[in-house]
Design a protein around this ligand. Structure first.
Ligand SMILES: Cc1ncc(COP(=O)(O)O)c(C=O)c1O
Length: 421
């Protein structure tokens, strides 16, 4: 049996949310956002810190605007994220863009104050051509990655993110030819990996500093681990941060450079701020040698992580009829897709891994926990024509506010332009 990370939500509130907004609904906690932001802002640092929330984790405007108010900056992964953030009221100067696809109109974003980390030699050439003589950042692939599996690692030979560390001479050639100064080095080596591996690989980028005399800022990306399951080891930001601080102080002692530090937590801010409230809408079994299945009214349309990564989440049942008994359940989603399984083996989406839970009945509510990051932001949207779920926030004063409405069927098909046969 597991302890609940969504213990801030009581049964009465869960029932009220299901009643007022329906299921499935993403449920977030204002209190958690504030706590997580404070923990990140307390990241130890030697010569200054900027915390950038990786908005890809959850771009809901109520979350972004609260984070901005709390002093958080933003990491965007596409120009669309940048435009979205600016559109809802995020200051352009608070946004940094590190993207696989630099848009044709990137210069207009820079002119508004957005910072760009060039993630390929071609991006750097384009930037240098548009802004000769300027200061610019680069994203490096330091040669190693960190993540639960290859799908969550963004460094090393198999990763296309950033400029390969052996191409530093080419970076400097491009910069010199256009009188640009490389002032920021960015790495992000992956997500959900072991905190010790994160530290070793992330700080590799500090070794490249000698080749870049103008660098004043190092951005070590995100990747701080949230433990979603009891066996997982969560990053302790004070421990990791102290080690990073020492590494930065060592650079100062060796070179005299006082580096400003940036971090880009996505999971660490958003993962445990909420979950998906759903209803058990059916059950079935494959006999005594098989499994007891619970079928939820959610699935890959709200949470793709189990099928995509073999990611594991905890479940909290709100029983209608209280019972102390437990049973082993395989939990599946509502899509007509054999891969829509929510209880998978760690890092292995092919293998069913049933969970011991309180005995459930059809109609019980069930919360998929720690689903604040990379869930609402990354669904198999509208598959089987299920509408996008609603999102609500439990405010510190106890009020429950809808922060995104459930899609209507009209909205699901609104951009189709039917041929009138
Ligand atoms: C460039 C960059 N920074 C930060 C993050 C956030 O990572 P995490 O959610 O593991 O903290 C990501 C996610 O992949 C990313 O691509």
């Amino acid at each position: 049996m597991q302890t609940s990370s969504c213990s801030w939500l009581n049964q009465k509130q869960a029932e009220q949310i299901a009643n007022d907004f329906g299921t499935p609904t993403y449920v977030y906690s204002e209190k958690k956002i504030r706590e997580n932001a404070a923990a990140c802002l307390a990241f130890p640092n030697a010569y200054g810190l900027t915390v950038r929330y990786a908005m890809k984790a959850n771009p809901n405007s109520s979350i972004l605007l609260l984070l901005q108010k709390l002093g958080i900056y933003f990491d965007a992964s596409s120009a669309w994220e940048v435009r979205r953030a600016i559109h809802i009221g995020i200051e352009p100067t608070r946004i940094s863009l590190s993207t696989q696809e630099l848009p044709k109109d990137f210069a207009s974003l820079v002119e508004q104050g957005v910072e760009i980390n060039c993630c390929s030699l071609d991006q750097l050439e384009r930037y240098a051509k548009a802004f000769p003589g300027s200061e610019v950042g680069i994203r490096l692939n330091p040669g190693k990655g960190s993540g639960l599996n290859n799908r969550l690692s963004t460094g090393g030979l198999a990763a296309s993110f950033g400029i390969w560390h052996e191409f530093i001479p080419q970076i400097n050639e491009i910069a010199q030819a256009s009188r640009c100064k490389i002032v920021r080095i960015h790495t992000h080596v992956g997500t959900g990996g072991d905190p010790d591996v994160w530290f070793q690989t992330a700080t590799e980028s500090l070794k490249s500093l000698d080749a870049f005399p103008h660098v004043h800022t190092v951005d070590l990306g995100g990747g701080f681990k949230i433990a979603r399951m009891p066996h997982e080891k969560q990053s302790d930001l004070q421990v990791v941060g102290s080690a990073v601080k020492k590494a930065i102080e060592a650079v100062q002692a060796r070179t005299g450079r006082k580096l400003h530090l940036e971090i880009e937590p996505g999971n660490f801010i958003a993962a445990n701020l909420g979950g998906i409230l759903s209803e058990i809408q059916d059950e079935t079994s494959t006999g005594k040698d098989g499994y007891s299945f619970l079928k939820l009214d959610t699935g890959m349309t709200e949470i793709l992580r189990p099928s995509l990564y073999g990611a594991q989440h905890s479940f909290r049942v709100f029983q209608k009829i209280l019972s102390e008994e437990t049973a082993s359940y395989a939990i599946v989603g509502h899509c007509c897709e054999s891969g829509d399984v929510l209880t998978v083996a760690n890092g292995d989406s092919e293998t069913l891994a049933p969970r011991e839970l309180p005995v459930c009945t059809i109609g019980d509510l069930i919360m998929i926990e720690d689903a604040g990051a990379y869930c609402a932001a990354m669904p198999a949207k509208n598959y089987n024509s299920f509408p996008e779920a609603s999102e609500v926030m439990v405010l510190e004063n106890g009020e429950i506010r809808e922060v995104r409405k459930r899609q209507t069927l009209d909205q699901v098909i609104q951009n189709e332009t039917p041929i009138k046969w």
